[in-house]
Design a protein around this ligand. Structure first.
Ligand code: MN
Length: 736
C-alpha cells in the first residue's frame, strides 16, 4: 500500500503483541506462550488485508481485545486466544473446525458463542430474543460475555473514527446493554468507562463541560485528599498495616446522573471523590483488618451512622465486598471512605473473573456459580421471557433513545418521550391512524402515554378511529407527525366539499359569480387563510354565511363595503406591529407545517394563553405557557434557548384543556356537567372523572377547546351549575 511503511508497521504490530504478553502478569507455562503465539500468527494471517476505519491494520483490534481480557478482566490463556481470534470466523475464511483442530473444543465453542451474538453490532433492529440468546450463551461459558465486553470496550475506545450516526447507535447500545451487564458482572471500572464513553458520544457537550470542571478543580481536590489522609496514614503505619490509599474520582457519567436526578449543579456535589483504603492482609484476617481501619478513620472523623455500608459481612449479589462509611471532614465536607482488602479490591475492579482465581483457596464461595445457575433457570423456565430478563437487568438507563417491545418481543427503538401513538405509527401508518389506545405491560393507557425502556406495548385499534388534530400535541416522531398532518388535510378537504357546495348555493341565490376572485373576497371578509379553510369552516358551521348580506354585490362581483374595509383583516397585523423583534418570533398556527414545534405536555397551552417557545435538545421547539410550572426553571437556566412565541389567530383548531371542579354532591351533577359540555357548548370531551366523598364531589374533565375565550365561557357555564363551588383550569395529565 502506498505511503505506508509496511516494515515499520510489522514492527509495531509485534510490539503490540509483546505488550499483550507483558500486560499479562500471571505465571504461564511455555506451552501457554506457544499456544498464544500460534493464535496471534493465525489472526495476523487471517486479517492481513483488513484495516480498521481509522486506517490502522485490523490486527490491532484483536490484540487490544485480548489485552483487555488479560489485563483488565484478569482472564487466562484460553480467553487471550479467543480474544485474538474473536473476529476470524465472522470476518475471514477461518472456520470453527480449523479452530477446534488447532486449539481444541473449548476455544471453538467460545468463538462460536461470540460469532452468534455478533448480530448485536450495528444491526438495525435488535431483538429481545437475541439478548436472551446472548445470556444463554453466557450461562454456558461466562468467558463469552467477558470477551464480548472487552471487544465492546475497545470499540468504544476507538469510536472516534466512526461516522457520527454509527457512534450514536453503538454508544446507545453500550449504555443500554453493555454497561449494565458489566455492572452485573462486577466489572466496575469497565462499567464506568463504558458509561463515560457512551456519554462522550451521546452528549459531547455535557461530557466536555464536566470533564473540564473536574480538571479545573483537581489541584484543590488533591490538596484536600492529602491532608485528609495524613492522620489516617500515620495511624495505619503505627498499627503495622501494609496498605494503599487511593482517591477515586466519580465517573463523569455518574456525576451527570447526579446533576440530573438531584437537580443540583456540579459545584454542589459533595461526593465527587471517595477515599479508598486497600489493606494487604491474609484472607483469614481481612474482615477484622477492615474494621480496625474503620476504627482508625472514625477516631479522626465523625461518621454519619446512616451511611455505613457493610458489604463484607453481606456481599452484593454481583460479589462486591467492601466497607463504606461517610465521615465529616474538618472543613465541614462529607467524605466517603471505602475500606477493603486487596483481594476485595481486585474483585471490585475486575469482577467475577478474578474471583475465580481465588476460588481454589476459598471453598466457601459459590455465589457466582449460583448466579449463573439462576440465569440458566430463568431462561429455561417457559413462563419467563426475555423481557422480564431485561427488567431484571434494570436496563432503564438514561438515554436519548428508548427500547420497547411488541407483544411478540420484537424490539423497537424510539426517541425518548415517544408515546403509545408514536409506537403505533412505527408499526404501520394504518395502525397509527386507527389507534384508540394501548396496553403497556398489560395496563390500559391513553394514546398520549409516554413510553419507557423495556415497556411491552399492544396497540388497540378501531375501524371508526381517525387521526385527530390534538394528536399533534403529543406525537414525538417526525414520520408520524407528517402522516397525521396529511390525513388531517385530506379530512379537511373531504369535509370542505359540503362547505363548498353551500358557498356555491349561497352565491347563486344572491347572484354572485362563483369564481376565485369572489371566494378570495370571502376569505378576506371572514379572515381565513385559504379557500380550503373557508369551506371547512362553512361545513362545520363555524362560519355564518348569512353575514354575506353585509357585503356589496355589483354585476355578480362581490366587494367589501368601505366602512367595513378598514376593520376587516387588520387586527392581526396591528398585533404583529407590537412585537419588537420579529425575527425571533415564533407564530403558532394551526397546521404545524412551517416549523418543527409542538405543544408542551406539562402545561398544554391553548390559543390565547401567553406562551413562549423552548428549543429542546432533540425534540424541536416546545411551546409552554408563561405560567407553566416548568417555565421558571427553563427561563432561568436556559434563557438562550427561549424564543418568543404567539398564536396566529387566523385558523381554528382544537386544543386540550383540563378543568377541575369541586362542589356539593347533588344527584345529576354528572349529567348536568356533561350536558353543558357536550350539549349546550358542543365541546368535545376527552376524559372525565368524578369522585364523591362525604357529600362533596371532585371532578376533572379534559376537553377540546378553540382558545381561552372558548374555555372561559365553558368555565363560566359550569360555575353557574347548582351546587358548584369552584371551577378551575389545571395543569398536567388527568389522574396523575
Ligand atoms: Mn471485534
Amino acid at each position: 500500500m502506498e505511503g505506508i511503511d509496511l516494515d515499520k508497521e510489522k514492527h509495531e504490530i509485534l510490539n503490540a503483541y509483546r505488550g499483550l504478553l507483558r500486560a499479562w502478569k500471571r505465571e504461564r507455562s511455555s506451552e501457554d506462550t506457544k499456544r498464544i503465539r500460534k493464535a496471534f500468527n493465525l489472526a495476523l494471517e487471517a486479517h492481513k488485508d483488513m484495516r480498521r476505519k481509522s486506517g490502522e491494520p485490523y490486527i490491532y483490534h484483536p490484540i487490544a481485545v485480548a489485552r483487555i481480557a488479560a489485563e483488565e478482566i484478569g482472564l487466562g490463556t484460553t480467553s487471550i486466544i479467543c480474544g485474538l481470534l474473536h473476529d476470524t470466523v465472522e470476518d475471514t475464511d477461518v472456520t470453527l473446525e480449523e479452530l477446534e483442530a488447532m486449539f481444541g473444543p473449548k476455544v471453538s465453542q467460545i468463538i462460536d458463542g461470540l460469532t452468534k451474538i455478533s448480530v448485536f453490532d450495528g444491526a438495525a433492529s435488535m431483538q429481545a430474543e437475541n439478548f436472551r440468546k446472548m445470556l444463554l450463551t453466557m450461562s454456558d461459558d461466562v468467558r463469552v460475555i467477558l470477551i464480548k465486553i472487552a471487544d465492546r470496550l475497545h470499540n468504544m475506545r476507538t469510536l472516534g473514527s466512526m461516522k457520527q450516526e454509527k457512534q450514536w447507535k453503538i454508544a446507545s447500545e453500550t449504555q443500554f446493554l453493555y454497561s449494565p451487564l458489566a455492572h452485573r458482572l462486577g466489572l466496575y471500572s469497565i462499567k464506568s468507562e463504558l458509561e463515560d464513553l457512551s456519554l462522550k458520544y451521546i452528549q459531547p457537550e455535557v461530557y466536555q463541560q464536566i470533564s473540564h470542571k473536574l480538571q479545573k478543580t483537581k489541584e484543590v481536590r488533591n490538596r484536600f485528599i492529602r491532608s485528609f489522609s495524613q492522620p489516617i496514614r500515620a495511624s495505619l503505619d503505627a498499627a503495622g498495616f501494609k496498605y494503599k490509599i487511593k482517591a477515586r474520582t466519580k465517573s463523569i457519567a455518574s456525576i451527570w446522573n447526579k446533576i440530573q436526578n438531584k437537580n443540583i449543579p456540579f459545584e454542589e456535589i459533595y461526593d465527587l471523590f471517595a477515599i479508598r483504603i486497600i489493606i494487604d492482609s491474609d484472607f483469614s484476617e481481612e474482615k477484622s483488618d477492615c474494621w480496625k481501619a474503620y476504627s482508625i478513620v472514625t477516631d479522626y472523623y465523625q461518621p454519619n451512622p446512616d451511611r455505613l455500608r457493610d458489604w463484607i459481612s453481606l456481599p452484593k449479589a454481583n460479589g462486591y465486598e467492601s466497607l463504606h462509611t461517610t465521615v465529616m471532614s474538618p472543613t465541614g465536607q462529607w467524605v466517603e471512605v471505602q475500606i477493603r482488602s486487596s483481594r476485595m479490591d481486585d474483585l471490585a475492579e475486575k469482577g467475577f473473573a478474578s474471583h475465580y482465581r481465588y476460588k481454589e483457596n476459598n471453598k466457601k464461595d459459590h455465589r457466582f456459580d449460583a448466579w449463573l445457575g439462576e440465569i440458566r433457570d430463568l431462561l429455561e423456565n417457559p413462563e419467563s421471557n426475555a423481557l422480564e430478563f431485561i427488567d431484571e437487568f434494570k436496563l432503564n438507563l438514561f438515554s436519548d433513545e428508548i427500547y420497547v417491545f411488541t407483544p411478540k418481543g420484537e424490539l423497537k427503538t424510539l426517541p425518548k418521550n415517544a408515546t403509545a401513538l408514536d409506537f403505533a405509527f412505527d408499526i404501520h401508518t394504518k395502525v397509527g391512524e386507527s389507534c384508540i389506545g394501548a396496553k403497556v405491560n398489560n395496563r390500559l393507557v391513553p394514546l398520549s402515554h409516554t413510553l419507557k425502556s423495556g415497556d411491552q406495548i399492544e396497540i388497540l385499534t378501531s375501524k371508526k378511529q381517525k387521526p385527530k388534530e390534538d394528536w399533534l400535541n403529543f406525537i414525538v416522531t417526525a414520520r408520524a407527525r407528517q402522516k397525521i398532518k396529511y390525513a388531517l388535510k385530506e379530512e379537511k378537504r373531504q369535509v370542505g366539499i359540503a362547505g363548498k357546495e353551500s358557498v356555491i348555493r349561497k352565491f347563486n341565490h344572491n347572484n354572485i359569480h362563483f369564481n376565485s376572485q369572489n371566494v378570495g373576497v370571502l376569505e378576506k371578509f371572514y379572515d381565513v387563510p385559504s379557500a380550503t379553510e373557508l369551506y371547512y369552516r362553512v361545513a362545520k358551521g363555524m362560519i355564518d354565511l348569512s353575514k354575506l348580506k353585509e357585503l356589496n354585490v355589483t354585476g355578480g362581483i362581490l366587494t367589501i363595503p368601505k366602512k367595513l374595509h378598514d376593520s376587516v383583516g387588520k387586527q392581526p397585523r396591528k398585533k404583529e406591529a407590537k412585537i419588537p423583534d420579529k425575527k425571533d418570533l415564533l407564530i403558532i398556527g394551526e397546521n404545524f407545517n412551517n416549523l418543527d414545534y409542538s405543544l408542551a405536555n406539562c402545561c398544554t397551552p391553548i390559543p390565547g394563553d401567553k406562551v413562549f417557545g423552548f428549543v429542546t435538545v432533540s425534540d424541536g421547539i416546545k411551546i409552554h405557557r408563561q405560567n407553566c410550572p416548568n417555565a421558571q426553571q427553563l427561563l432561568s437556566k436556559y434563557a438562550y434557548r427561549v424564543i418568543q412565541a404567539r398564536w396566529q389567530n387566523e385558523t381554528l383548531t382544537e386544543f386540550t384543556a383540563k378543568i377541575k371542579f369541586v362542589g356539593i354532591d347533588d344527584i345529576g351533577i354528572v349529567k348536568n356537567v356533561t350536558e353543558i359540555v357536550s350539549g349546550d357548548m358542543n365541546i368535545n370531551m376527552r376524559a372525565i372523572s368524578f369522585e364523591s366523598n362525604d357529600g362533596t364531589f371532585f371532578g376533572q374533565i379534559e376537553v377540546l377547546v378553540h382558545d381561552t375565550d372558548h374555555l372561559d365561557s365553558l368555565i363560566q357555564s359550569l360555575e353557574g351549575l347548582k351546587g358548584m363551588h369552584s371551577v378551575e383550569r389545571i395543569e398536567g395529565d388527568l389522574n396523575e
